[in-house]
Design a protein around this ligand. Structure first.
Ligand code: ITT
Length: 195
């Protein structure tokens, strides 16, 4: 079965390809198709994930898998949440997003710095059926960025029970406990049943 990865985020693509190895699907790249950008205007991770997967499946004529994900911070009422990629505004990048988050958290004491990463994966099949799979990892927000691996908010996220940020972990260690891993395991179990 051919599946197009409906994301333009190179770091997500790396992680998903790594964790999808070992199952009988042929992963195609969105870069090989001429599809318009999908507007992420739903108000949930699931809504945006479905929008992306359905649009890319229709555009390419193949099954599509999308990933909508983000960081929910308790002290900020769940922000940046679905706005994670563009938290610092138009033209935001990982560094400006992290800077804005740390500034917003400046006066938040250690015991109130809880957060979680959420990942919703959507699978859209060519017969029009849609499936979604969620994963999360709980943790807390660091006082300063630490480490240079990964992407996004990895330098400021301590997964619970570990004394280092995701950005200080090697790829295999982050993969073993990440929100994306949890969602992808559910997707893989589903694909094994239908392929
Ligand atoms: P696509 O929509 O093309 O997939 P995107 O980067 O815009 O790419 P999202 O809308 O799902 O994707 O935004 C996800 C953002 O959440 C991402 O840019 C990071 O800022 C953050 N994020 C998600 N997963 C993360 C992870 O594993 N580590 C660090 N930050 C993550």
């Amino acid at each position: 079965m051919d599946i197009v990865l409906a994301t333009r985020n190179a770091k997500k693509i790396e992680e998903i390809r790594r964790m999808m190895s070992g199952i009988r699907v042929n992963i195609l790249s969105l870069a090989d198709f001429d599809c318009p950008d999908v507007q992420e205007d739903a108000d949930t991770f699931e809504g945006n994930a479905i929008k992306k997967a359905v649009a890319i499946s229709k555009c390419t004529g193949h099954a599509a898998v999308s990933d909508d994900s983000g960081l929910e911070v308790d002290a900020l009422g769940g922000l940046p949440g679905i706005y994670s990629a563009r938290y610092a505004g138009d033209g935001a990048d990982d560094a400006s997003n992290v800077r804005k988050l740390l500034a917003a958290m400046q006066n938040v004491p250690n015991e109130s710095r809880g957060a979680r990463f959420v990942c919703c994966i959507a699978l859209a099949l060519t017969d029009g059926s849609i499936y979604t799979f969620e994963g999360e990892v709980k943790g807390s927000i660091a006082l300063n960025p630490e480490g240079s691996s990964g992407f996004g908010y990895d330098p400021v996220f301590y997964p619970a029970g570990h004394g280092i940020t995701f950005a200080r972990m090697d790829a295999g260690q982050k993969d073993s406990m990440s929100h994306r891993r949890a969602a992808l395991e559910k997707l893989k179990a589903h694909l094994k049943k239908i392929t």
